[in-house]
Design a protein around this ligand. Structure first.
Ligand SMILES: [Zn+2]
Length: 320
């Protein structure tokens, strides 16, 4: 198929392919960072508002996971949920962000007649990774635990069944705010890839190089990338800075911003509350590649991705 993306309007910029010459195409637009959209900013009230909620989820969710929602305004039900560590406890929190959700399916791949939606795969992998990290002694906060956005939506946030650009941007900003409210030590955003040519496959990971903790970002991205390539036996497509992504943008402000919202630096009016911990965005497999989509859609394949991410995080936290 030449058009793997079923509904382009639903697919945010970060799932599009990067262009290596992007920097040449992006002239000095950085000048005018005047963003006009006013954001309803989540306010952190206290650590955990409620406890004892058993979260519903797709296959792959470990049974008995009990979660509490981080107290922020503007959250969807089941969003920004905290899961306690099991066992000793490292005292650290890992923020897991399953990409997309709800009206935003992300990449739409196919296996024969069956559709594989990125939002489903990211959530299934996220649950599996959460369980593994809990057992490693980490508290885990997940940006979402249901097939939904993270930010609470109103009727004006969608048009003909697709999120508006401003709603998508607000959703990503809310994910970063959730990571901050969680006091997480690291942020791992889980996505899957797409390309027009179904023969293309492999693993790639993105980080932001323009943060005070850029060196840690790169080390995290490298550790996750190496573990994924090793664990999946996939083609190593490399570690990239997030300004290498095609950024056509949710909005004009977004194309000027030129970073992944969850990883990037502050930009007044656009990203007022940037993530405050090392972060990386992984793309373990291509859902537009039939064999990789098949792997990504099975429980065993999702577990392999999760185990690889666990291994990458173990390496990162070991400081080796
Ligand atoms: Zn994605």
């Amino acid at each position: 198929m030449t058009r793997p993306i079923a509904k382009p309007a639903n697919v945010p910029a970060r799932t599009r392919r990067r262009q290596r010459s992007l920097s040449l195409l992006r002239p000095a637009l950085i000048v005018a960072l005047a963003a006009t959209c006013a954001l309803a900013f989540p306010t952190v009230l206290q650590a955990v508002r409620s406890a004892g909620v058993t979260v519903a989820g797709p296959p792959g969710k470990p049974p008995g996971m009990v979660a509490g929602q981080i107290a922020m305004s503007g959250l969807q039900t089941g969003a920004c949920m905290s899961f306690p560590s099991k066992g000793g406890g490292s005292g650290k929190t890992v923020f897991i962000d399953p990409g997309h959700g709800g009206l935003d399916p992300g990449v739409v791949g196919t296996i024969g007649q069956q559709q594989v939606l990125e939002k489903d795969v990211t959530l299934a992998v996220g649950f599996r990774l959460a369980a593994l990290l809990q057992s490693d002694g980490y508290r885990v906060v997940m940006s979402r635990t249901q097939d939904s956005s993270v930010t609470r939506l109103s009727a004006s946030d969608s048009v003909t069944g697709a999120l508006t650009a401003s709603a998508e941007q607000r959703d990503l900003v809310t994910r970063a705010a959730c990571a901050n409210a969680s006091s997480a030590s690291v942020l791992v955003s889980i996505h899957f890839d797409a390309y027009d040519d179904p023969a293309v496959g492999g693993t790639e990971t993105f980080y932001d190089a323009q943060r005070a903790f850029a060196a840690e970002n790169k080390r995290l991205a490298t550790d996750l990338q190496n573990a994924l390539v090793s664990g999946l036996g996939s083609t190593d497509r490399g570690v990239w800075t997030d300004d290498q992504l095609v950024a056509p943008a949710l909005t004009v402000s977004g194309s000027i911003y030129g970073h992944l919202i969850e990883l990037g630096p502050p930009s007044p009016g656009y990203v007022d509350n940037p993530s405050q911990m090392p972060g990386a965005l992984v793309e373990p497999l291509f859902l537009t590649n039939a064999s990789e989509a098949k792997l990504a859609s099975t429980a065993s394949g999702q577990q392999r991705v999760a185990v690889a991410l666990q291994a990458g995080l173990r390496k990162f936290f070991s400081g080796a």
